[in-house]
Design a protein around this ligand. Structure first.
Ligand SMILES: *Cc1c(COP(=O)(O)O)cnc(C)c1O
Length: 408
C-alpha cells in the first residue's frame, strides 16, 4: 500500500501524520486516511471480550494491510466468501484459519479451498450445497459444516434476511443429513448489518434452539455471524459489551454439547474506524456540495441506502458559522451520484474547502469503482483518533458528537 504516496510527497510509513497536515497539502484527489491503531484496538477488543472466537468477515474491507493488522492483533480466523478472498488471506496471513461462509459456492472454489488452501469450514443452506461439498472434497471426513438459518433482520439497518438461510420448519432434514457427513456440525446465521439492539441476537438464538430441538442433533459450533454495529450520526448503538453479554447468556442456555464453541463473524465493527476520506468541495449550489468522491467511490452506502457518516470541515481560518444540513453530489456525470445526508457542516462552507468524512473503513473503499475516470487518490496513515470510536472507553455521548471543524 505504500506505493501510491509519492503524489503528496509524504513518507506514509512515518508515524506522526495528522489529518490537518494532509489537508494543508491541498490534495486535488480524494485522500484515504487509514488508522492502523484503531483497527488494532477493535481487534484486541473482540479477541479479549467476545466470549468465543471472532473471525473477521473479509468482505467488509479486503485491504491486505488491514488483514495483516487484524492478524497481528489477535484475529486468527477469517470469514471468506469467494475463492479470491481465500487466496488473498492465505497470501497475507498464511497461518490464519479460513472459513468459507458463503452458502452458495462454485464447486471448483470448494475444491480449491479444500485441497490447495486447507479450508475445512464451510457453510450451506441446502441439500444441493451439501452434495456439492461432498463431491468437491471427495467425501472428506474432516469437515466443519455450518447450516445457515434464516433469521429476522428486524433490529438491523441492512437486511440479510431474504437471500440465504433455511426457514423455520425446513432445517430438520438438512441438519440431520449434515450431521451424518460432518466431523463437526455448526449452526450459523446473520441478523443483518448494523444491528442496533442485542435483542437481535437473543431472538436469533431462539431460532437456533428451536432448530436444534426439532432435529435432535448434537451441535458443536454456534456462529452468531456479523451485524455488530459501529457508530454513525443518528445510529449510536449500545456498548458492544451488552451484545456480548446477551450472546453469552443465550449460548450458555442452548441444548448443545458442553464442549461446543461460540463463534462470531464481525465485519463492520472491526474495520469501520480504520479509515476516513478527505474530499474537496468543487462547487456549492445552495445546500448542495459538489465533492470529488461519491457513489462510485467510497460513498456507495451514503448514496444508495442513505447512510449518514460523520463529517467535519478542515480549514484555516476557523469557522464560527452555525451548522446547517448539506447534501453531496459526487464527481461523476450521473444523477444517482448523490448523497442525501443531511451532513451537518458550517453554513459558510465553500468551493475549495476540504471535508473529512469519517467511519468509512467498512463497506467504503471496498465498494470503489473506476467509473467515469474518477479513481482512488492517495492512501496515508494518520495517528489522529477516528471521528467516533466504540473502543476508547470515553463517555458515549461525547464520543458520538465530534467537533465538526478542524483548524489547520
Ligand atoms: C457480510 C457478512 C458478515 C459481516 O457482517 P457485518 O454486518 O459487517 O458485521 C459476516 N458474515 C457473513 C456470512 C456475511 O455475509
Amino acid at each position: 500500500m505504500h506505493k501510491h504516496h509519492r503524489a503528496l510527497g509524504l513518507a506514509t510509513t512515518r508515524i506522526g501524520n495528522r489529518v490537518a497536515d494532509i489537508a494543508k497539502l491541498r490534495p486535488v484527489q480524494p485522500v484515504t486516511l487509514v488508522r492502523p491503531h484503531a483497527a488494532s484496538r477493535a481487534a484486541r477488543f473482540f479477541a479479549e471480550k467476545f466470549p468465543g472466537r471472532s473471525m473477521y468477515a473479509v468482505k467488509a474491507n479486503p485491504s491486505p494491510d488491514l488483514i495483516q493488522i487484524l492478524w497481528e492483533s489477535g484475529i486468527t480466523h477469517f470469514d471468506v466468501a469467494s475463492i479470491a478472498e481465500v487466496r488473498l488471506v492465505a497470501g497475507v496471513a498464511p497461518e490464519a484459519t479460513l472459513c468459507f461462509m458463503h452458502p452458495v459456492k462454485a464447486e471448483e472454489a470448494i475444491a480449491e479451498a479444500y485441497f490447495e488452501y486447507g479450508v475445512r469450514v464451510f457453510s450451506l443452506d441446502s441439500m444441493e450445497e451439501l452434495d456439492k461439498i461432498v463431491r468437491a472434497t471427495k467425501g472428506a471426513t474432516d469437515l466443519t459444516l455450518c447450516v445457515r438459518l434464516r433469521v429476522s433482520s428486524d433490529h438491523s439497518k441492512l437486511s440479510l434476511a431474504s437471500k440465504f438461510g433455511v426457514g423455520p420448519g425446513e432445517s430438520k432434514d438438512l441438519l440431520i443429513a449434515v450431521r451424518q457427513v460432518a466431523d463437526a456440525l455448526g449452526i450459523c446465521f446473520h441478523v443483518g448489518s448494523q444491528a442496533m439492539s442485542p435483542e437481535a441476537y437473543a431472538n436469533a438464538m431462539e431460532r437456533a434452539r428451536a432448530a436444534i430441538v426439532e432435529a435432535g442433533v448434537t451441535v458443536d459450533v454456534v456462529d452468531v455471524g456479523g451485524g455488530f454495529p459501529s457508530s454513525y450520526p443518528g445510529m449510536e448503538p449500545p456498548p458492544l459489551e451488552r451484545y456480548f453479554a446477551t450472546i453469552h447468556r443465550a449460548f450458555e442456555s442452548l441444548p448443545i454439547s458442553y464442549s461446543a464453541e461460540l463463534w462470531a463473524e464481525p465485519g463492520r465493527a472491526l474495520c469501520a474506524e480504520y479509515s476516513s476520506l478527505i474530499v474537496r468541495v468543487e462547487r456549492r449550489r445552495g445546500d448542495e456540495l459538489y465533492i470529488n468522491d461519491g457513489a462510485y467511490g467510497a460513498l456507495f452506502d451514503a448514496a444508495h441506502i442513505g447512510w449518514r457518516f460523520p463529517v467535519r470541515l478542515l480549514r484555516e481560518p476557523d469557522s464560527n458559522a452555525k451548522e446547517m444540513g448539506f447534501s453531496f453530489y459526487g464527481p461523476t456525470c450521473d444523477d444517482m451520484d448523490r448523497m442525501a445526508g443531511p451532513f451537518e457542516l458550517p453554513a459558510d462552507i465553500q468551493a475549495g474547502d476540504y471535508i473529512e468524512i469519517g467511519m468509512l473503513g467498512a463497506y467504503g473503499a471496498a465498494m470503489r469503482t473506476g467509473f467515469n475516470g474518477f479513481t482512488a487518490g492517495d492512501t496515508v496513515i494518520v495517528d489522529d483518533e477516528p471521528m467516533v470510536s466504540l473502543y476508547t472507553g470515553e463517555d458515549e455521548a461525547a464520543a458520538a458528537t465530534p467537533s465538526n471543524v478542524v483548524k489547520l
